[in-house]
Design a protein around this ligand. Structure first.
Ligand SMILES: Cc1cc2nc3c(=O)[nH]c(=O)nc-3n(C[C@H](O)[C@H](O)[C@H](O)COP(=O)(O)OP(=O)(O)OC[C@H]3O[C@@H](n4cnc5c(N)ncnc54)[C@H](O)[C@@H]3O)c2cc1C
Length: 409
């Protein structure tokens, strides 16, 4: 039995980066928003923490850059694609995007709490933790809200627009009958955290070895988050071969992993995550919209998911605001979000998939020539253009200036 029913303009399922940004932008315009988050707080590990310069660009556009920069974070100005310890392709963000020449490392709990602090400044912004959505409310052929389990019991939230911002395993996507256009899952990533080795610069490193693709990400304040990519299912074999064998592979992969590798006693320090890329065919139904990873999930190995999700959330704020003004929350109206955003997403997905097949190929010939091939490719103008497309937005997002928030703390 329902304990309580409330009504709101927009109900957002999921308090991740996409849901929080959308919620606070709409609330800044007086739209009544309820964000539902199933967890008790924002504490989480191994989530999007590194944001490319395009994220900084977007935050500037919506007036949040200086606000966010008051919270603990690191600015990373350089990086590179390495083959073991040799740099193949250096990355200098100042060359790519002189106005915002850095990637931004902010642990996700800090980012989400900062967005929550901002949201609290708007009376129409409401966030409920401990609120796990279980069902959709459907009415006259449209989605009209959700049924939620809270600490106080069951609740129904009726909304003009229901947004699924509930991540890559989205329940709203499933309950709403949204179809997947594609889903690629070839690799897993094993993540671990270790102190930053003495003397190692704080820079992003993407490392190719003969058998793996690795990520060395400086982690706020003085650690590194390491990631090792391997073929789906291979982790079991790695464990069967034993920790001594893996220790050797890890130590040889990157100097940044060496101390960690020597201290490794078992496989407990690793968290394994599926590197999935997926794209929902149509993101909107009458009264309902999917955003962020729920609609379009990029591989976590690219470190771009937060930027893509946030961009879709910002565009969604503009489209939903106008849709509410026009009292038209039809699929075709809400579908404008997809029409604006899909080109960028498809582009990034295609690049990731191409990069993945080159980096993960087990063909002995490809393995042998891969470092030289990448060095040559990196010199071409097409590579430079594609690289820029990933890190930088060529144009500001097409949104109304009303969404430039007041930057005061
Ligand atoms: C290991 C790993 C490392 C990554 N590293 C990076 C990186 O460095 N940089 C980067 O940009 N991206 C990275 N990503 C990707 C990034 O984390 C995601 O793209 C991003 O968090 C997506 O944001 P979102 O708001 O769409 O979804 P999420 O962040 O997944 O948020 C969804 C929210 O919905 C909540 N939720 C789910 N179901 C329900 C329900 N039924 N009811 C209520 N709430 C619900 C969840 O608890 C969660 O808080 C990484 C991902 C992984 C897995």
């Amino acid at each position: 039995m329902m304990n309580k029913t409330i009504s709101t303009d927009v109900c957002i399922v999921g308090g991740g980066p996409a849901g929080m940004i959308l919620g606070l932008l709409l609330a800044s315009q007086g739209v009544e928003v309820t964000v539902l988050e199933k967890n008790a707080n924002f504490d989480r590990q191994y989530r999007g923490e590194i944001m490319h310069p395009r994220f900084v660009q977007m935050m500037e556009q919506i007036g949040l850059r200086t606000f966010l920069e008051q919270y603990p974070h690191l600015n990373l100005e350089e990086g590179g694609l390495y083959h073991k310890d040799k740099v193949l392709v250096p990355i200098h963000f100042s060359d790519l995007v002189p106005e915002f020449p850095y990637a931004f490392w902010m642990p996700q709990p800090i980012l989400l709490n900062a967005l929550y602090d901002k949201g609290k400044m708007y009376p129409s912004f409401h966030l409920q933790f401990h609120s796990s959505v279980k069902e959709l409310v459907k009415e006259e052929g449209r989605i009209a809200g959700v049924k939620v389990e809270t600490k106080e019991g069951q609740m129904e939230i009726r909304a003009k627009v229901t947004v699924g911002a509930d991540g890559r395993f989205s329940l709203i996507r499933k309950l709403g009958g949204f179809e997947m256009e594609y889903e690629h899952y070839n690799n897993d990533v094993a993540w671990f955290t270790t102190p930053l080795p003495e003397g190692m610069p704080k820079q992003l490193q993407l490392v190719l070895t003969d058998s793996h693709f690795c990520l060395v990400l400086p982690k706020y304040p003085d650690s590194i988050q390491g990631g090792i990519t391997f073929k789906k299912g291979e982790w079991k074999k790695i464990q069967e071969r034993g920790v001594a064998h893996f220790r050797k592979e890890l130590a040889e992969a990157s100097p940044a992993f060496r101390e960690f590798a020597y201290s490794l006693q078992n496989f407990k320090p690793f968290t394994i995550l599926q590197a999935k890329t997926m794209f929902v065919r149509e993101w909107a139904k009458d009264g309902c919209l999917l955003i962020g990873d729920a609609a379009h999930c990029a591989s976590p190995a690219g470190g771009i998911g937060v930027s893509l999700s946030t961009a879709t959330a910002i565009v969604a704020a503009d489209v939903i605001y106008e849709a509410l003004q026009a009292s038209d929350v039809s699929a075709s109206r809400l579908g404008q979000v997809q029409r604006i955003r899909e080109k960028d997403i498809r582009n990034v997905h295609q690049l990731q998939l191409k990069q993945e097949s080159l980096q993960m190929s087990n063909n002995p010939f490809v393995k042998r020539i891969r470092p030289y091939l990448i060095t040559l490719l990196a010199k071409t103008s097409i590579f430079k253009k594609k690289q820029k497309d990933v890190f930088v937005m060529s144009d500001p997002l097409p949104i109304h200036p009303r969404f430039k928030l007041n930057t005061s703390y």
